[in-house]
Design a protein around this ligand. Structure first.
Ligand code: GN1
Ligand code: MG
Length: 367
């Protein structure tokens, strides 16, 4: 909290600073919720974030992407008669009018207006929320469908190149710098047995069989603000990884996280499976919007993408466990291993249900 003192007064926040709360959910950046006393007894809240520069090597490029995308969203929302203060995130400028602050040590900080009357969820409490999350991510892709994807920086190279993630994983197994590979042979074999899956989407993109779109690339349920009053997904947040990508990444990652019966780091694997009702809800919400623009090949790979993105994430957690937990923040020993195991449990469960999932996608398309 001490380091906040030097940062807070750099931003054009309104009112008198009261306090800050740490938000512990993200695995990468440091996030704080700030409270300010404002005129007429009003309480103002803001989000302040330190950008992890080990993960984002060029924070200025991350910020350039976010500025470009949010200003595009803003104008689309205004044209549609929506509320741009609630339907997109908005940066709070610094005192000298800049979109972010760089400290003398070279640390990057940015701030957002807090969206009131809405909240995020770590797990689905009401299936309708997940239907609306699907609509919101579909709408997000739609609003950005006329945004020039190639003008965005690739802030993390090959972010969802699952084949590249697989070779990083093999390297970590090979190097075994922390002598952990011996204890996770079963998990290593699980991944190796699925090597052939890892190239499917990248090859379709390379062959021009599915289009490159502007995608969010981190569509966890907790990256959607759900309106308290209506239960609708009003705003997609955490735009750090907005990049050229595939619609399949966003669909798959949403299912991976939100349609799981348990939290991402549940240590008791008997509690972890793919919830079919939640899969159906999200798919209905998403396709209700996205069927306008998705190609047949994309639709045909939606169910597969859920499995692939789950495998990819599990592989990334296992790789980080082998590398000594240098990427994802952990809160207990073997945390990344627990996370990897839930993902592999979900993959195995999805494999057993694949035909049903495909049928659900077709049914949602026809609704
Ligand atoms: C990271 O920090 P968070 O939770 O928004 C990660 C995602 C992973 C996710 C797994 C930049 O996102 O790719 O899917 O953890 N973000 C980055 O929970 O690597
Ligand atoms: Mg996030």
């Amino acid at each position: 909290m001490e380091r906040l003192a030097n940062v807070i007064h750099q931003f054009a926040f309104e009112g008198e600073y009261l306090d800050a709360e740490v938000c512990t959910f993200g695995h990468i950046n440091d996030t704080f919720v700030l409270r300010f006393q404002q005129p007429e007894n009003k309480m103002g809240r803001y989000i302040l974030q330190y950008i992890n520069k080990h993960v984002f090597e060029e924070p200025a490029e991350v910020m350039a992407n976010i500025q470009a995308v949010t200003s595009h969203l803003r104008s689309r929302i205004e044209e549609a008669g929506g509320d741009p203060e609630r339907e997109t995130i908005n940066l709070v400028p610094t005192q000298d009018g800049k979109p972010y602050y760089v400290s003398p040590e070279g640390d990057y900080w940015r701030a957002y207006y807090f969206i009131e009357g809405a909240r995020t969820y770590q797990s689905v409490e009401n299936p309708k929320h997940f239907y609306h999350a699907g609509r919101a991510f579909g709408q997000f892709q739609k609003l950005l469908s006329d945004f020039p994807a190639h003008s965005l920086y690739e802030t993390i190279e090959q972010f969802h190149d699952t084949r590249k993630r697989y070779s990083d994983f093999l390297e970590a197994v090979e190097a075994d710098r922390h002598n952990r590979a011996g204890d996770v042979q079963r998990e290593i074999e699980f991944v190796k047995a699925r090597k052939a899956d890892t190239g499917v989407i990248v090859d379709l993109i390379a062959a021009g069989e599915i289009p490159v779109r502007v995608t969010h690339n981190d569509t966890k349920l907790d990256n959607i603000m759900i309106d308290d009053a209506t239960g609708e997904g009003i705003c997609v947040i955490d735009l750090d990884t907005v990049m050229p990508g595939s619609a399949l990444y966003d669909f798959g990652d949403s299912i991976r996280f939100g349609a799981s019966s348990a939290l991402e780091d549940e240590p008791d694997l008997s509690k972890v499976w793919l919830d079919m009702e939640l899969f159906a809800e999200f798919t209905k919400g998403y396709l209700g919007i996205a069927r306008e623009f998705l190609t047949d090949t994309e639709v045909d790979h939606l169910a597969f993408s859920a499995k692939l993105l789950t495998l990819e994430c599990g592989m990334r957690f296992l790789t980080d466990h082998l590398n000594g937990d240098e990427y994802f923040r952990i809160h207990r020993p073997n945390h990344n291993l627990d996370r990897a195991r839930t993902q592999f449990k979900l993959v195995a469960d999805m494999e057993g249900k694949m035909e049903q999932l495909e049928a659900m996608v077709r049914a949602a398309l026809e609704e």
